[in-house]
Design a binder for this molecule. Structure first.
Ligand SMILES: NC(=O)c1ccc[n+]([C@@H]2O[C@H](COP(=O)([O-])OP(=O)(O)OC[C@H]3O[C@@H](n4cnc5c(N)ncnc54)[C@H](OP(=O)(O)O)[C@@H]3O)[C@@H](O)[C@H]2O)c1
Length: 259
């Protein structure tokens, strides 16, 4: 799909990957609708022609208002997301339920609100920003991985459901992207080895280019950066080896926190 002239809704556009996606789509000539909770941040980032609709995507009422005010869109980018850090046994339960509302139920709901008009027009694209952690469960963010794994599953099923109606559904699987994702976590603490950008980390701008390219070429799934693909394929090929290394890292986190 050519991006120029299209109406594109980006969620979680006040910073990080979402803000970078909004800038990249704008650079390629899209008309934007941007949303997140912090209206002042969105207004700073928006161009005069962009539509800003601020609110909390964990609230079903806001999701419906967003759909009403945005009207029909050519591309929906479900990017807003956050992590509750912690192992399966230690994760905070209220934060975990809220995370599922944001990472799974909000994108699912927005697909249901926006896809019918795309199907009727026989054109459109939905991008769900998932995670490499949706393929390889990370023990220090166990329930986050579960939320992204569920999002992967819904995304694949939806792609099969709407493919014959001219609507493309794209899953994006970022690896480690340099944003304030760790600082913005819903609960728990970020393991030491994830605190500093590593050689395999990519910028939000690189990720945004991969997202926009995927829309333009009608891709079904994209890893970004390439190291995310290597990590997921290594797990597929040698699950025992990768899981042993993940367990070793999780044991080190447990020792440091005295568990
Ligand atoms: N960074 C990574 O390494 C990485 C890796 C894999 C996948 N991802 C995924 O990529 C997506 C973006 O992550 P990021 O790194 O850009 O995170 P980020 O920098 O923390 O940005 C998150 C965005 O989501 C919005 N948001 C958070 N809670 C919200 C809510 N309740 N309602 C509406 N908007 C909300 C935030 O805006 P407000 O605070 O203004 O609401 C912000 O714009 C997420 O789905 C994440 O799971 C990130």
């Amino acid at each position: 799909m050519e991006i120029r002239g299209k109406r594109i809704l980006v969620t979680g556009a006040s910073e990080g990957i979402g803000a970078a996606c909004a800038r990249e789509f704008a650079r390629r000539g899209a008309r934007l609708i941007i949303t997140a909770r912090r209206e002042e941040r969105l207004l700073e980032l928006a161009r005069p022609e962009d539509q800003v609709i601020a609110g909390d995507l964990t609230l079903p009422d806001f999701r419906e208002r967003l759909a009403r005010e945005a009207g029909s869109v050519d591309v929906l980018v479900n990017n807003a997301g956050a992590a509750a850090f912690g192992s399966a046994l230690e994760a905070d339960e209220p934060a975990t339920r809220l995370m599922f509302e944001l990472n799974l139920f909000a994108p699912w709901n927005l697909c249901r609100l926006f896809a019918p008009a795309m199907k009727a027009r026989r054109s459109g694209a939905i991008v769900n920003i998932s995670s490499a952690a949706g393929h390889v469960p990370l023990p220090w963010m166990a329930m986050y991985s579960a939320s992204k794994s569920a999002l992967n599953s819904m995304t694949s099923a939806l792609r099969a459901e709407v493919a014959h109606c001219g609507v493309n559904v794209i899953a994006v699987w970022p690896g480690y992207i340099r944003t304030r994702f760790g600082e913005n976590r819903l609960s728990g603490s970020v393991p030491e080895f994830m605190r500093n950008p590593t050689a395999v980390a990519a910028s939000a701008e690189q990720c945004a280019r991969a997202v926009a390219d995927a829309v333009e070429r009608g891709a079904s799934g994209v890893f970004t950066p390439f190291s995310a693909r290597l990590f997921v394929y290594a797990h597929r090929l040698l699950p025992g080896v990768v899981e042993k290394e993940l367990a070793r890292r999780q044991a080190a986190i447990g020792k440091m926190s005295g568990q």
